[in-house]
Design a protein around this ligand. Structure first.
Ligand SMILES: Cc1cc2nc3c(=O)[nH]c(=O)nc-3n(C[C@H](O)[C@H](O)[C@H](O)COP(=O)(O)O)c2cc1C
Ligand code: SF4
Ligand code: FES
Length: 541
C-alpha cells in the first residue's frame, strides 16, 4: 500500500456514494432499542420504493443523542455542510414513511408519524467534533468508509515525512493531555518512552473504562475503531514499538467485534503488520480482554493482567514508561487520547493548541447522564462552562426541576454545586473545585438527590472494587461505607462525622494506588459543599 493506492480507495468509495444517504445508528445504545430492525426496514422500504439507485442505507456509529434512539439521519453527501434531517425514536414500521418522504421530496414535517429532531439545538451546535468527527457519519465496519473520510493519511504522512522525534514534538506542542483521567501531558509521556533504550517496547491502549455511567471509550471504539488503531500506530512509530495491545473489558462485545474486524481489515491492506506503507516500520495490534474489575484500568494492574497475572496494582516508580510490560518500556494511553492523534498530525499541533484553554487544549468527550433532558455523548472544546453543558446542551432538568450539582470523574471525582456552574471545564479548574475531569462521566443531579446517598453509592463501588492489596483501602473503604450507612440511616453522631473526615484523610494519603487515593473524593466534595445534609441526618445527644 502506498499513498496513491490509499487515495484511490478513498476516491472509489466517494464516487460510489449515492445522492441520498439514510444513516441509521448501529452503536450499542440504539441497537438495544432495535435499530438493526429499523435499518433492515429502511433498506426494504427503499427497495420497495424503487429508490436503490439514489438512496443508500448505511449503518453508522453513535450520533450523540442516545436517549432519543434509534436515530436515523437523512443526509446528502453533495451538501456536507447541510445538517440533513434527524428522526428520533424510529420504529421499523416508520421506515416506509421515511422512504416516502424522500420519494415525494416532501419535508419531514409533513409525515406526522415521524418525530423530527432539532439539529440546530445547542446539544448539536455547541459541539466541536475532533474525536467524534466520523462518529455517526461513517460505517465502522468498513475500512473504506474510514479511508474515504481521510483515514490513515496521517500515518502515511508520519512514516514518509516525519522522524519519530518530530512526531513526539508535534504531540508535545499540541498540548494534548491524557484523557484517561489524570491529564498527564501526552507528549512528555511519549518522549520518556522514546528516550528509553531497550530491545523491545510496547504500546497499550487502555479501553477498560470502568467508571459507572461512562461509555465514551466504548462509543469511540464502536463508531470509529480505525481512528484508535491509526493513533496507536503513530505512537508506536514515535516511540519505537512494534507491538501494541488494546486492553478492553469483555462486557464490550460490540466494540471487541468491530476492533477485531478493523484489525483484520487494516492487516489485509497492510496498514498494520510489516513494512507499513512500504516503510521499514512494522506494527501489530492484539486485543486482550479484561474480566471487568475496575482496578484493572489502573496501569500497573492492567499490565499485570496482560501478563496473565492477577490484576493488582504495584507501586510506582518504576513507571511503565521505564519498566512496563514484561519489564520493557511501555506507553499506555487512553482510547480518547489515541483518537486525538491523527487529527493533530493532519491539522497540525498549532491548530489543536488553539482549541480549548491554554493549559487544557482540544476538546473533551463527556457522557452526559442523570437528571437531564438530553442524555448522551457530547464533545465540547475545553473551556465550555458546566452551565452551557448542563443547561443549554443538556436542556436542564426535566419537568421544571433545577440542577443541584454535577458529578464528574466517577468514583475518583466529586460533586460540583450549581453555584459553580459558570466554571469552564479545564483540568486545573475542576481540581480546584474538589473534583476532577476524569475520563468524562458527567452525572447531573436535581434538588431531590441526597448527597449523602451519592457519597454512599460511590463508596460502596470503591469498597467492592478494592483489590485488597493494601490495608488503608481494603479496610478503610469498608469502614467509610459503614459510617456513611450509619449517617444515612440517622444513627450517627457528630463524633462519627469527625471520624468519617479523619478516615477520608487517612485512606487518601496512605493507599497504594489511585483507587484508594481517590475513593474519599466523592465524600470530601459532598461534605465541602453540602455539609448541612450530613448534619441534618445526625442524631443529636
Ligand atoms: C482505579 C483506576 C482505574 C483506572 N481506569 C482507567 C480506565 O478505565 N481507562 C483509562 O484510560 N485510564 C484509567 N485509569 C488511568 C490509567 O492508570 C492511566 O493513567 C491512563 O490509562 C493513562 O492514559 P492517558 O495518559 O492517555 O490518560 C485508571 C486509574 C485508576 C487508579
Ligand atoms: S489502593 Fe485499593 S485498589 Fe489500590 S492497591 Fe490498595 S487495595 Fe488495591
Ligand atoms: S447509540 Fe445511537 S445515538 Fe448514541
Amino acid at each position: 500500500m502506498d499513498l496513491s493506492e490509499l487515495l484511490e480507495i478513498a476516491d472509489q468509495e466517494r464516487s460510489a456514494q449515492k445522492p441520498l444517504q439514510i444513516r441509521c445508528c448501529v452503536a450499542a445504545g440504539c441497537l438495544s432499542s432495535n435499530s438493526l430492525a429499523v435499518k433492515e426496514g429502511l433498506q426494504h422500504a427503499v427497495t420497495e420504493a424503487g429508490l436503490n439507485d439514489t438512496v443508500q442505507v448505511c449503518g453508522v456509529g453513535c450520533m450523540g443523542l442516545c436517549c432519543q434512539g434509534p436515530l436515523v439521519q437523512v443526509h446528502r453527501p453533495a451538501e456536507p455542510e447541510h445538517p440533513g434531517i434527524l428522526y428520533e425514536q424510529v420504529t421499523p414500521e416508520q421506515a416506509p414513511a421515511i422512504a416516502a418522504s424522500l420519494q415525494s421530496n416532501a419535508s419531514a414535517t409533513t409525515q406526522p408519524s415521524l418525530q423530527q429532531g432539532d439539529l440546530t439545538h445547542p446539544f448539536f451546535t455547541r459541539q466541536r467534533a475532533i474525536v467524534l468527527e466520523n462518529s455517526g457519519k461513517i460505517d465502522p465496519e468498513r475500512i473504506e468508509s474510514y479511508i474515504a473520510a481521510g483515514g490513515y493519511q496521517a500515518l502515511c504522512h508520519v512514516l514518509r515525512e516525519m522522524s519519530p522525534a518530530e512526531v513526539v514534538t508535534a504531540v508535545t506542542r499540541s498540548g494534548l493531555r491524557g484523557r484517561g483521567g489524570g491529564g498527564y501531558p501526552t507528549g512528555l509521556k511519549w518522549a520518556t518512552v522514546a528516550k528509553a533504550t531497550a530491545d523491545r517496547k510496547f504500546v497499550i491502549c487502555n479501553a477498560d473504562e470502568g467508571d459507572p455511567g461512562a461509555f465514551m471509550d466504548r462509543s469511540v471504539l464502536e463508531s470509529d475503531p480505525h481512528r484508535v488503531l491509526e493513533g496507536m500506530a503513530i505512537a508506536a512509530y514515535a516511540i519505537g514499538a512494534t507491538q501494541g495491545y488494546i486492553y478492553i473489558r469483555a462486557e464490550y462485545p460490540l466494540a471487541i467485534h468491530r476492533l477485531q474486524l478493523a484489525i483484520r481489515q487494516a492487516q489485509r491492506l497492510r496498514l498494520l503488520g510489516s513494512q507499513i506503507f512500504d516503510s521499514p516500520f512494522d506494527f501489530r495490534v492484539d486485543l486482550r480482554m479484561g474480566a471487568g474489575a475496575y482496578v484493572c484500568g489502573e496501569e500497573t494492574a492492567l499490565m499485570a493482567s496482560i501478563e496473565g497475572k492477577r490484576g493488582v496494582p504495584s507501586p510506582r516508580p518504576p513507571y511503565p514508561a521505564e519498566r512496563g510490560l514484561w519489564g520493557f518500556p511501555t506507553l499506555i494511553n487512553n482510547v480518547e487520547t489515541f483518537a486525538n492523534i491523527s487529527p493533530i498530525i493532519r491539522n497540525g499541533a498549532d491548530w489543536f493548541a488553539s482549541i480549548g484553554t491554554e493549559k487544557s487544549t482540544g476538546t473533551k468527550v463527556f457522557a452526559l447522564a442523570g437528571k437531564i433532558r438530553n442524555t448522551g455523548l457530547i464533545e465540547v472544546p475545553m473551556g465550555t462552562t458546566l452551565r452551557q453543558i448542563v443547561e443549554e446542551m443538556g436542556g436542564g432538568v426535566p419537568d421544571g426541576g433545577s440542577a443541584k450539582a454535577v458529578q464528574t470523574g466517577g468514583p475518583s471525582g466529586g460533586c460540583i454545586p450549581a453555584s459553580a456552574f459558570d466554571t469552564p471545564v479545564d483540568y486545573e479548574l475542576l481540581t480546584q473545585l474538589g473534583s476532577i475531569m476524569g475520563s468524562g462521566g458527567m452525572i447531573v443531579m436535581d434538588q431531590s438527590t441526597s448527597m449523602v446517598d451519592v457519597a454512599h453509592y460511590f463508596m460502596e463501588f470503591c469498597r467492592d472494587e478494592s483489590c485488597g492489596k493494601c490495608i488503608p483501602c481494603r479496610v478503610g473503604t469498608v469502614q467509610l461505607h459503614q459510617l456513611l450507612t450509619k449517617i444515612r440511616e440517622g444513627r450517627a453522631s457528630l463524633a462519627d462525622l469527625e471520624l468519617l473526615k479523619e478516615l477520608c484523610d487517612m485512606v487518601k494519603h496512605t493507599s497504594l494506588c489511585g483507587l484508594g487515593q481517590s475513593a474519599p473524593n466523592p465524600v470530601l466534595s459532598t461534605l465541602h459543599y453540602f455539609e448541612q445534609e450530613y448534619l441534618s441526618k445526625l442524631v443529636h445527644p
